[in-house]
Design a protein around this ligand. Sequence first.
Ligand code: ZN
Length: 378
Amino acid sequence: MKNTLFIKKLKIDQTVANDMVITVYEFVSTKPGKTVYLQSSVHGAELQGNAVIYELFNYLKEVDFCGKIILVPLANPYASSQKSGTYTHGRFNPVTGDNWNRMYLDLCSLDQEQGGIDFKKFIESHGEKSAQEINKDFKKVIRKGFETYLKYHRDYGIDENKSLFIELQRLASEADIVLDLHTGARATRYIYSPECQEDKMKDINFPHYIVIPNEFGGAMDEASFMPWFKLSENFKKENIDYQYDFESYTVELGNEEVIDMDAAKNDAVNILNLLHQRDVLKDRPKVKKTKQYKCSLKDYKSYYAKAAGLCEYHIKPGEHFKENDLLCSIYKMDRLDERNAVTEIRALTSGIVIHQTPSASVKKGMELIQVFSNPVTL
Ligand SMILES: [Zn+2]
C-alpha cells in the first residue's frame, strides 16, 4: 500500500455509564500536500455522510494521493445514540436544548486570554513571510487558541457543549479543506458555502449551493473558515498581498435516517472531484457533470404553514417550480364542510425546493419547505 493508515480512538465524551469514543482514520501519503478533514453525523440522524466516508476509506486504501486525509465518522456518538422509538433524535443536546451544530468556538471573537487570535501580532511577525510559512504558523496559532481556552476554563470545568466540539475543531485545525457532512430531513443535495469561497465551491460537483455571509453562526464550516477569512482581511488592511488557500463547506447529503450506498458512491466521486481540483488526487474521478444552481442566503426562503392541518407537499426536494405553482395543500379535518377546508400555498417566485419538513401533520407557523427563490445557474 502506498499510503499509511493510522487509526486512533479518542475519548470525546462521557456519560455516567461509560466513555464515548470516536474513531479517527488518518491516511498519510508519502508525498507532501494539503490536509483534508471530513466528519459526519454531528447531528445523530444524519447518516449518509458515514456511507460517503465508507466509500472514501475504501478508495483511499488503493489510490495515490498527496498530503493527509482525516476521516471521522459518527463524530458525535452521544447524538447518534439518542433514539426515540425507532427515530434517531440527535439534533439537539437533550440536556441544554442547543443545536449540536451551533456550538463551535469562535476564535476570532474570544478574548485573547481565552484563546482569541491576536491578528495584529501575527501580521506584524508575518508580513514578510511566504504564504506557505503563514499557513503553517497560522494553523499553530489556531491550535494554540484551543489549548488556551481549555487551560483558562480548566478550574471551573468546560461546558459540555464546548468540550465535545473543541476536540473536533482541534482535529480539523490542521486541515486546509474541511467538509462537515450533514443531511436535511427530506432534502436534495446541497452545499453551504461562504461568499469568500464562491468561486471555488462548484468544484464539489453538487447541484445546489447556498451562499452564506462571511460570518460566524456557530457551525463547523464557519468556525473553520472565519479565522482564515479574518486573517486575509487583516493582511488587506495592511496592504499586504496574501491569498489564503483554506476552504470549508457544510455538505448536505439528502434525507436523514438513510444509508444509500449507490448514492454514496456518487457523493464520494463528487467530493473527490474537489480533491482532484486541489491537487490532492492526481487522477480525475469519473464525474457526471451536474447542472448547478446557487442562491444567496437572503433568497433561501421558507414557506410557513398559514394554518394548522394535514399537509400534502406537491413539489419534491430537487424539483423546480414556477411562480404561482401549487407547493402545498393543508387540509383542515374539522372544517370539511367549510370553504376554507383546504389552504393552498402557492409559489411567490420561480424556484427549486431544497428541503421539506418530514411530517404531514403541521401546526400553524411550522416551516413547510425551504426553497431557492429565483435561483441563479452557475
Ligand atoms: Zn445537520
